[in-house]
Design a protein around this ligand. Structure first.
Ligand SMILES: [Zn+2]
Ligand SMILES: [Zn+2]
Length: 96
């Protein structure tokens, strides 16, 4: 019997890129998809950026967290490597 496959998206958690503290799913569900959010780690007080998006190719949920806003904006799907289009920027579809 297979249990829990449908709850895989619950594995998503926000991890502090500075100290690695796991913030769990605390609040990420209310974050707007495809927006860059600034967050503050309660453990090390670092401010970092988080973006949540659903891959348009493989439909994986992604949470990208980084100290660099630029890096968060240049997100790629961690499951298939697909990079969503970003405004005003050329990008090349990776050949798979
Ligand atoms: Zn931290
Ligand atoms: Zn993907």
């Amino acid at each position: 019997m297979i249990v829990g496959l449908e709850t895989m998206s619950d594995c998503i958690s926000i991890v502090c890129p500075s100290c690695g503290a796991d913030h769990g799913d605390d609040g990420w569900e209310v974050l707007q998809e495809n927006e860059v959010h600034q967050m503050k780690c309660e453990v090390c007080r670092a401010e970092f950026f988080v973006s949540i998006f659903e891959c348009e190719r493989c439909v994986a949920d992604n949470v990208i967290s980084s100290l660099s806003e630029h890096e968060v904006k240049n997100r790629t799907c961690r499951a298939c490597g697909h990079r969503p289009e970003t405004e005003g920027e050329d990008y090349e579809e990776p050949c798979l």
